[in-house]
Design a binder for this molecule. Sequence first.
Ligand code: SF4
Ligand code: SF4
Length: 306
Amino acid sequence: MSKPEIPFPQSPVVPTMLEPEHVIQFSCHKGISCWNACCANIDISLTPYDIVRLKQHLGITSTKFLQDYTVPYEFEKDGIAGVKLRSIEDGTACRFMQPEGCGVYADRPTACRYYPVALLSMRMQDEYVDRNSYALVKEDHCKGHEVNRPITIADYRQEQGLTEYDELARGWRQLVLKKKSSGPAIGAPSLKSRQLFFMSCYDIDTFRVFVESDAFGKLFTLSPDEKTRILADDVELLQFSFRFLKQVLFGEQSIPLDEAQSAERLKKTMAKRTIEEKIAAERIARGEVGDYDDAEADGSGSCGKD
Ligand code: SF4
Ligand code: SF4
């Protein structure tokens, strides 16, 4: 029997899965005794769309935002790169927390919008499509559960602007689910594919430079109109980055390739692989341990970046 995979647990406690029609009782408002308690001790994972909204709000590049406001982490044991909001120096509070509330409220991250609901994005092992379910997080410090305001999860999502947030991060969730579903048979991604995933999903301004580069232009044949449209808008570019990753990591072709260039590239990659395998075989014969990830990290892999 197939089992659901749940890649985004928000709590160590296994929750009851709830449907959108489920009615919760909750209200968060200024004046409540626990005001800001949830923002004083954060553990907030960011989606790529969260990063776009926050870097635009702050008027900085994604590269600067990642450096100054986040810490990287890996989803469980799968070696898939994730990004969390960094707390204040020497503390656990969010850097955007202010006495009057959230300093980036209009562009606050998905996890902040959902709280106290948790999104469980999952994919059945024998299904292609992903599906969402929800759970309720009840923490002692949060008094919002004591306020008599019944609301369905569907309405709560709408109230919090989550339809747009979830839709624009959907491609990323699908990528994570696909990687998780590929399981141990395919193994941990190489360092180079992890770096490519990180840049394309989270550092959109560096990804833009990559899409503008000659190397990209030689390999992929986007029409000038499409390229201009994609490059002019962070959100369009982000959606394109998900297409790009599905193509280079999972072989789902949606971006036209320059045939001559890709044939040449394939030839070079095969030649490199042959040399690598020969070197690895020689090392094994000498009793040394080989490491293919390191071989890819020095630029000998086969993605479209170099
Ligand atoms: S981003 Fe805003 S809502 Fe989220 S933890 Fe920080 S202060 Fe709180
Ligand atoms: S009610 Fe809950 S979500 Fe609102 S401020 Fe209090 S702890 Fe935070």
